[in-house]
Design a protein around this ligand. Sequence first.
Ligand SMILES: C[S@@+](CC[C@H](N)C(=O)[O-])C[C@H]1O[C@@H](n2cnc3c(N)ncnc32)[C@H](O)[C@@H]1O
Length: 263
Amino acid sequence: MTKKFKRLQAFDVTLHVKQDGFVRAPREAQRNWLLNRAMGEFVDDLNHLDVLARDMVPGVDAAPLPDRTQLDLADDEIMERWQRPLMEAMADVATAGHGDVLEIGFGIGVSATEIQARGVRSHTIIECNDYVVGRFEQWRQEYPDADIQLVHGRWQDTLDNLGTYDSIFFHTYPLNEEERIDHFSQGTTFAAHFVPSAANHLRPGGVFTYLTNEIDSMSRSHQRLLFKFFDSVSLRVVAPLDIPDDVNDAWWSNSMVIVGATK
Ligand SMILES: C[S@@+](CC[C@H](N)C(=O)[O-])C[C@H]1O[C@@H](n2cnc3c(N)ncnc32)[C@H](O)[C@@H]1O
């Protein structure tokens, strides 16, 4: 049994390792080094969260989600305005190579417009909501000469029929309460469940971009998930976000990290 303590002014941390073979490096000194590193990172993270928490907005209580796969939603129910700088930052990543872009989730077309403004060879959009597809058809008329294709359906049902791309821009939301519980509440990013599919549909050197639940840095579990599928990762802290006190989205900070993961 191994015990480690950190006593600070604001909190104490106790690590009680119950199994002798846990983190069993060849030498005791190495084991200590690994356990101390884990404790040190936890303490450092808590101290940062203490500072970051002071700048968070309250937001509103989340009601259980209705099935919104086919709901006719208002603009700000699809995407709130404060997310626009994030769309621009992700569009920068997705269009850096000006190649074939796959975008998942059309929404109100802010990101699609940003992608077109930067110039790409082709732009394929997967969208499941019939009303949003109606919005897409109108938006499409503004780009008569561009190579833009719509794939109507959920990505889970359509992606297998598509090929590979130079970049993937992923911005969907949970379609119902089950998806919210499964993919949203706890994780470091809603996009985690899409990571293997993104890697499958990118060409070598292709880049996957998405929003995260990361405020000012990226957690080790998030990095490890990406490095299972990608060769390198770039991060951008997008700030300041004009996050309203009564934000509806499950985000409460005036900064967010966006990711570009390269295969
Ligand atoms: C937050 S909006 C995207 C906003 C968009 N980036 C913009 O700038 O306007 C999410 C979109 O993803 C779509 N969506 C959600 N889940 C989906 C899925 N599984 N497959 C395809 N589209 C999905 C929704 O219908 C919605 O239009």
